[in-house]
Design a protein around this ligand. Structure first.
Ligand code: IPM
Ligand code: MN
Length: 358
């Protein structure tokens, strides 16, 4: 942040990306403009041409120069990356994961909150049941890329994909989760989700770190649930969760299930956070190729990501407005599913603005 006169000013890097990314980011920026004006801060947006289109055009995924410019932002707002004509893995690894790793965004924060009025696949859930946050480790584990092939393409092929878990990496994510759990917005409960009965090394490290840090947080109750059982609890008893801490791969998987109990990918937002550095916020759904250019995609996940971005910048008034706007839109929309919202993408953005500026 810089301050000019008395006006707070933020540099925000915008990566609309591929597929429906630009459509949902457009709505997010519309909401940003509305709340920014009311809350009295200014933003300098820098749009980055990154994603499948650029790769197909130039062969570049994330040039050093763009990475350096991203490092200079106060926050990054990402739509989606992925392109039907680009081999899977390239954009994911060399763009999305590379930004997460290079900027050391070691926390992937994914709130699982069901807003009033939202219908989900689990009709028995009440509004109060689904209100927790997944703290997904975002810098190591199975995502480290460690491993390799032996005798690739032969009948004796061996593929090794290793999960790297460092004391430093585990400790910083667990500490982040403890701090979150004791904060005013949570209920003081931290659940480690892992698979300690089988992953006896990595799981053991996580459990030991939780146990070692717990005395520093006497106000936080700790609990442990195996990842497979956690999937059942997401459906049968989500109220048992407040803050979950888990590794990168488990966190990836359970947050898709988390999205379903929130109302679907159309509403699920997340942040890739470096508490000391530059964080990046994104809707967790993908590029939704079937919906591109139709005005049918749900922008609420991207708008939820904006809300998280504003909060991370310390603009809590603006974040509260965006939250109110999302809640207002949820009470009007028929469904969170693309094409079934009862409104177009841009009309949903307008509803949020209406609720946010009321
Ligand atoms: C996510 C996505 C990414 C991940 C992919 C696109 C690499 O699924 O953000 O959850 O696995 O982290
Ligand atoms: Mn995922």
């Amino acid at each position: 942040m810089t301050v000019e006169g008395s006006v707070r000013r933020y540099r925000i890097g915008v990566i609309p990306g591929d597929g429906t990314g630009p459509e949902v980011i457009r709505e997010g920026l519309k909401v940003l403009e509305a709340v920014r004006a009311l809350e009295g801060f200014s933003v300098e947006l820098t749009t980055f041409d990154l994603g499948g289109e650029r790769y197909l055009r130039t062969g570049e995924v994330l040039p050093e120069e763009d990475l350096e410019r991203l490092r200079g932002m106060d926050a990054i707002y990402l739509g989606a990356v992925g392109h039907p004509e680009v081999r899977p893995g390239i954009l994911e690894r060399d763009l999305l994961l590379r930004i997460r790793f290079e900027l050391d965004q070691y926390v992937n924060l994914r709130p699982v909150i069901r807003y009033p009025g939202v219908r989900t696949l689990v009709p028995s859930h009440s509004e109060d049941d689904v209100n927790f946050v997944v703290v997904r480790e975002n810098s190591e584990g199975l995502y480290s890329g460690a491993g390799g092939f032996h005798r690739r393409g032969t009948p004796y092929e061996v593929a090794v994909q290793e999960s790297i878990n460092t004391r430093h990496g585990v400790e910083r994510i667990v500490r982040y989760a403890f701090e979150l759990a004791r904060g005013p917005e949570r209920r003081g409960k931290l659940t480690l989700v892992h698979k300690t009965n089988v992953l006896t090394y990595a799981g053991d490290l996580y459990q030991r770190v939780v146990d070692e840090l717990a005395p520093e947080y006497p106000d936080v109750r700790t609990d442990y649930v195996h990842v497979d059982a956690a999937c059942i609890y997401f459906l049968e008893q989500p109220s048992r969760f407040d803050v979950i801490v888990t590794d990168n791969m488990f966190g990836d998987i359970i947050t898709d299930l988390g999205a379903i109990i929130q109302g679907g990918m159309g509403i699920a937002a997340g942040g890739n956070i470096n508490p000391q550095g530059v964080s990046m916020f994104e809707p967790i759904g993908g590029t939704a190729p079937d919906h591109v250019g139709k005005g049918t995609i749900n922008p609420l996940a991207a708008i939820g990501a904006l809300q998280m971005l504003l909060r991370s910048l310390g603009e809590s008034g603006a974040a509260a407005r965006v939250d109110a706007g999302i809640r207002f839109a949820c009470t009007k929309m028929h469904s969170m599913r693309a094409g079934e919202m009862g409104y177009s993408t841009s009309e949903v953005g307008d509803l949020v603005v209406e609720g946010a500026t009321a």
